[in-house]
Design a binder for this molecule. Structure first.
Ligand code: T1G
Length: 710
């Protein structure tokens, strides 16, 4: 028996323990160890029943995702096949019980469903999250789950990939009992009852009573497909998962398993799955900061304070309250403060009304927020976040005041979206405690938190900020200090190209439509209308003096603002908006665009979808390469995670840098050079892009090489 799987005996009951930290993944050796244990149990007459349990934090959390890359790259010849080991569990002549704590996900649940019975602690979760990796269950999960939970539940779980808690799994028939107290003892007691009962251990694959019939199943699959096309737009895996569950209702078990395997392989070898596996590991990679290890001391965050109760300040205060951290929220006028509190209350009430959490949770969270007009209590705060108007003078004035008020060792964070953290820190005597915490609107919803280090920010403050982002359920990404940091700096190039394309001949709805079809949550012009065109207009006016003569700048957005067309908030921007805020193309805007193009001597032309995608996506990639070279982002994958969690970039494309790798950096670079020749210095190729393109390399390889030397 490998140390990955151990077999012990408790009287007549055998206990199989899986020891593969940290999540007991089904890495090579684990399935083999389980199969070996089951064979021994089947052959040993002194054993009358068996239990399997995971050591450490969880049951089996799935196949080892690291193995998929080896398969798709050809490094590993044979695929991942747990079907035989699961079948051997099912065919064991003695009752077997899976004892679940933590998570039984993916292959973990599939293995558990091969057991005759499943018991769990109340805090356990079960699920088939494979679609979140762009694949589907590949070990008969789509065939056994409908046999235990019924077709509707199985279809929903395999298509959306969301886990369910033990109590729902019990109600659905996926588990047989919830164990109070010690899980192993409870599981052993359970299997002893089954031994005593003498009942024939039920084989899940033979349980067909919940498979329904064509008449009852057809509407389930039709609704599931319609939902997947809406909520997982562009993705193949959810639809494949539904096909696989449908096969379970129409074919024999073995034929259904064969169909599942076909669909699994189609997904596994797709670009979408490679991208989503890149994202899975990327979301964990960004938490690893070279030079700031797990042993870096952190500052205890028990009390917070926020300056500003506007859209951002209120959302930030909610983040702290949601994490159970008391937070003071300060404003300058009672009217602004009351408005901020009212917005928070409305947001929470919406969640209660939608059943996301009960009223008492809302009441508890509201009680954690202390709205006030003074700095009272700020000297007790462990972290103070400034979220006021985006003007450097005001921010420096506030940080200078905080320097006098905050206790020694308090973190002073700015929510600035573009301004220099170095300059803000210079207003204090404690620059090592100053950092950027750039949230994305709405701050209580968007997962991304750009953590902006200044030249002086200490490792402790960075380590604390990274840990705090996890506590606030954010994806914290450490970035360097430059205008726009990472996300907004790249967005500036992306938005510029979108507007140039409009001036050159594409209609606004064509630019937005092409990018929506590409997978973006919204097109850039519609995003501008949503955020308010006046925001960018104010910043451009503040920086007009920096515009280089002879260099082309987009003109239409400024003109729209001059006409009071700020977007949704004024009922018109790039589009007109009806009472339901539906965007309607506006002939007045078309006429304005033609007028501006003519005034600039731009000969308008038909612009293809392909050019729209290339001009906008390659502008992102080229700027991302410059950001990498400057060390503003630690890795290309950090840029990808920023775009996925803060800018509505489709996970199944992996992020802008991963997309560049998928297209091929040589092709990207060649097109950037063409755009440079046609459109001037905005398109100056990034030297790193040139270097990687000419070496036939990828950004992923760049990251790997950098990690190897870190
Ligand atoms: N394979 C390999 N590594 C994994 C892993 C997995 N399945 N799950 C987690 N890790 C690593 C992770 O990268 C991190 O590594 C460490 O474990 C801690 O993870 C056949 C084909 C279980 C809820 O999709 O959802 O089964 O960064 O930080 O917050 O049909 O991990 O420390 O080096 O996330 O406590 C299906 C994925 C696979 C589950 C724990 N299973 N994992 O969360 O820890 S496909 C999944 C999770 C499959 C079958 C198919 C979470 C977790 P490092 P963590 P956590």
């Amino acid at each position: 028996m490998s140390e990955l799987v151990t077999l012990t005996q408790d009287g007549e009951v055998a206990v199989i323990t899986v020891n593969n930290p940290p999540v007991n993944a089904l890495s090579p050796g684990v399935p083999e160890g389980i199969a070996e244990a089951i064979a021994k149990i089947s052959a040993d007459d002194s054993i009358k029943g068996a239990v399997m349990i995971g050591s450490g934090q969880t049951f089996i959390a799935g196949a080892d995702i690291k193995e998929f890359g080896k398969i798709t790259s050809g490094q590993r010849k044979e695929g991942i096949n747990f079907l035989d080991v699961i079948k051997s569990i099912e065919d064991c002549p003695k009752p077997t019980v899976a004892a679940i704590h933590g998570t039984a996900f993916g292959g973990g649940l599939e293995v558990a469903m091969g057991f005759h019975y499943r018991v769990a602690v109340a805090s356990a979760q079960v699920g088939q999250p494979e679609v979140k990796l762009g694949i589907i269950p590949g070990a008969a999960g789509t065939q056994r789950l409908p046999r235990l939970a019924g077709v509707a539940k199985a279809t929903q779980m395999c298509a959306d990939g969301n886990p369910i808690p033990a109590k729902d799994a019990l109600a659905a028939g996926i588990i047989d009992s919830i164990v109070e107290g010690d899980l192993l003892s409870g599981a052993i007691a359970f299997v002893k009852e089954k031994i005593a009962s003498g009942e024939k251990p039920p084989k899940t694959r033979e349980r067909n009573e919940k498979l329904g019939d064509e008449a009852s199943n057809a509407p389930i699959f039709e609704a599931a497909r319609a939902l997947a096309k809406k909520t997982a737009r562009g993705m193949m895996a959810p639809l494949a998962a539904i096909d696989a569950v449908e096969a379970a209702t129409k074919l024999s078990f073995d034929e259904g398993v064969a169909r599942e395997r076909e669909l699994f392989n189609q997904c596994l070898f797709s670009d979408q799955s490679k991208a989503m596996i890149h994202v899975f590991f990327g979301e964990r990679e960004v938490a690893k900061i070279p030079g700031i290890g797990k042993d870096t001391p952190q500052i205890a965050i028990n009390k917070a304070a926020v300056i500003g109760a506007g859209t951002m300040g209120g959302g930030i205060a909610m983040n702290y309250a949601n994490a159970g951290i008391p937070v003071i929220m300060k404003e300058t006028t009672q009217e602004a403060l009351d408005r901020g509190v009212a917005t928070i209350r409305k947001n929470y009430q919406n969640s209660v009304n939608k059943g996301r959490f009960p009223q008492e949770v809302m009441d508890k969270r509201m009680a954690l927020i202390t709205p006030q007009l003074t700095y009272d209590g700020f000297d007790q705060a462990d972290i103070i976040t400034e979220a006021v108007f985006e003007g450097m003078a005001l921010k420096k004035e506030i940080f200078s005041e905080l320097d006098k008020i905050a206790k020694p060792g308090a973190i002073l964070a700015s929510n600035t979206s573009t301004l220099s953290i170095d300059e803000i820190a210079s207003a204090t005597s404690r620059p090592e405690f100053v950092i950027g915490h750039h949230y994305f609107s709405p701050a209580n919803v968007m997962r991304l938190l750009e953590i902006v280090r200044s030249q002086a920010t200490s490792n402790e403050v960075i380590a604390t900020s990274m840990a705090l982002s996890k506590r606030l359920k954010k994806v914290g990404v450490l970035v360097g200090n430059c205008y726009g940091f990472v996300g907004n700096r790249m967005l500036h190039q992306y938005g510029r190209e979108a507007q140039f394309l409009v001036e050159e001949g594409a209609k606004p709805q064509e630019v937005d439509g092409a990018l929506y079809k590409f997978g973006m949550a919204m097109g850039p012009l519609a995003v501008g209308d949503l955020a308010g065109l006046d925001v960018g207009w104010r910043i451009r006016k503040e920086h007009r003096h920096l515009e280089k003569p002879g260099v082309r700048y987009a003109k239409v957005a400024d003109e729209l603002c001059e006409r009071g067309r700020y977007g949704q908030k004024t009922g018109a921007g790039w589009y007109k908006y009806d009472e339901n805020r539906k965007a309607i193309p506006d002939p007045e805007v078309d006429a304005l665009i033609e007028q501006i193009a003519a005034a600039q001597g731009i000969a308008r032309r038909v612009i293809t979808e392909e050019e729209i995608i290339e001009r906008t996506q390659y502008a992102l990639i080229n700027e991302g390469a410059k950001i990498l070279e400057e060390g503003i982002a630690l890795r290309a994958v950090d840029i990808d995670i920023i775009y996925l969690s803060g800018y509505g970039y489709p996970a199944w494309r992996g992020g802008p840098m991963w997309y560049g790798d998928t297209v091929g950096l040589k092709k990207v670079y060649d097109r950037v050079c063409q755009f440079h020749a046609e459109h001037g210095e905005w398109w100056t190729p990034a030297p790193l892009l040139k270097e990687l393109a000419e070496a036939g390399k990828t950004f992923a390889a760049f990251d790997k090489a950098k990690a190897a030397t870190a």
